[in-house]
Design a protein around this ligand. Sequence first.
Ligand SMILES: Cc1ncc(C[n+]2csc(CCOP(=O)(O)OP(=O)(O)O)c2C)c(N)n1
Ligand SMILES: [Mg+2]
Length: 551
Amino acid sequence: MTVDVATGIARILKQEGIEWVSTFPVCRVNNALGRENIPLIMTRDDRYAVALADAFSRITAGERIGVCTFQGGVNAAGTQFAYAGLAQAFEDGSPVLCITDGVPAGSAGHTEFDAAASMKTVTKWYGYIDQPQRVPEFMRRAFTMLRSGRPGPVVLAVPDPAGTYDETADPYHPVKGWKSAPDPADVSAAVELLLKAQNPLIYAGEGVIYAGASKELKTLAELVNAPVITTLKAKGAFPENHPLFVGVRGDHVSEYLNKSDLILAVGSSLSPGRFSHGIPNAASKTIIHCNVDELHINKIYSTAQAVIGDARFTLQALAAEVSSQTSGKGRPAENVAAEIKSARDSGLAKYREAMASDDQPINPYRVYGDLMKVLDPNNSFITHESGNTRDQLSTVYDTLIPRGFLGWGNVSTLGFGLAGALAAKIAFPERSSVAVIGEAGLGYMLGNLEVPLRQKLGITLAHISNGGFAGYGPGFWGAGHDPYTHAVLGYDEVDMSKVIGEMGLHTERVREPSDIVPALKRALAANESGQPSYIEFICSQYPIYGQWVSR
Ligand SMILES: Cc1ncc(C[n+]2csc(CCOP(=O)(O)OP(=O)(O)O)c2C)c(N)n1
Ligand SMILES: [Mg+2]
């Protein structure tokens, strides 16, 4: 059977279980997707086409791959704008598939912008389908990379969507994805070190979520009685009401990082980026580094023992080895939970007080505390924006299930929060889905607010409206801290609830702390009928949150 390249790609996507594709037009594969009945979710810019698919891959932990298309070829306007989305997906290691037009043979060198070279800097693989009959080969390779090893984005460039090939010559079979288990000798050496440590600390990264290893993480932590911290991106990998959970950030987390003599890192690259902890006094600690990617071993810190493999198999193997080396008894340590509780109580005291504040303008922590009262922790999704909402929520928001909270951004590109909430609603329609945002993030989202209206995606935006870029305000961090680039029109000058209300979202403006809970309930009720909501909380600037620990 002869098929054209674009149709061949569409059919393979269906074989791979892809249920929709996000796009910003035009891409010469889109019409084939439409003809093959793959719904196209049109976003309002190319960065968002990538971000929506990227967020879908993240929220489903790569179980369901997000796919997007954007404009490429000689007229690479879409590629230039999508670059921002890809850079973020690459930075955070998200397995998103992007399909774009390739520069056709005979047109190379016509433009100043080299699309292929630029895509190669932000992808796990950039594949250029140079001949029609290679479609199955390239799609197979793409899905293998998307489902195996360290996650990352793949771009496929299609220079000739109308070219034809014989579909039966190299029949396509869906790709399973493959995992690896660690070397048993490394596992037993790691456990010997772990059992010798006085104050081991488990440092869990997003690899635990991608491996679906939360249960195994809990089993190991309980067996060795070790405190657990998670990275921002792994928030929710460990149930945050568990007695062994220390936190994501805050003084109590700093205390545990400082006092530990052994770090058992699982599923984290241990790269002290902008929004993660470094390991203080690393040279005097023993670092066991469990990771799927050997390139992270000995990357920044000296690794005492590497354990390379999938996080779930690794945690299973470590637990089995601990049992065997301790005759099933595990590591005794009586006071661990009580010590964690007292460290958390003192570390969180000032935030808990803020969460009960009756101040006007509203203290942002009061909104977060009330969100925790309204949302069902076992059946909801929340994400943050770049700025204070990230720093404050990751300090205090209690997350009980993996991806109940989407933490994102090794460097956090403003505006991704809406994509996160939309993708969560698509992935788990029965869950309430909330993005907490500031004015800067909102600025990046405005055009895309039409998307949930058109798609009937009932998500809620909770805007901490404080008239400026609070983390950059003058005065909080001493004189001279960005005083010239801090203020934007605030709630006294613009009523964003009216602006956005005119678009058709359910909107409210909340000044009274006692109105927060009822307003959130009304927002979520509107969401149930597919209407998106926007609530503007008139808040103070309050840039107070737990810090990241430096190396
Ligand atoms: C694309 C991008 N550019 C610049 C930044 C730097 N940045 C981080 S937060 C922020 C301002 C946040 O202000 P706002 O949204 O009002 O939140 P607030 O801190 O006031 O709660 C800026 C400019 C960024 N994260 N992403
Ligand atoms: Mg602000």
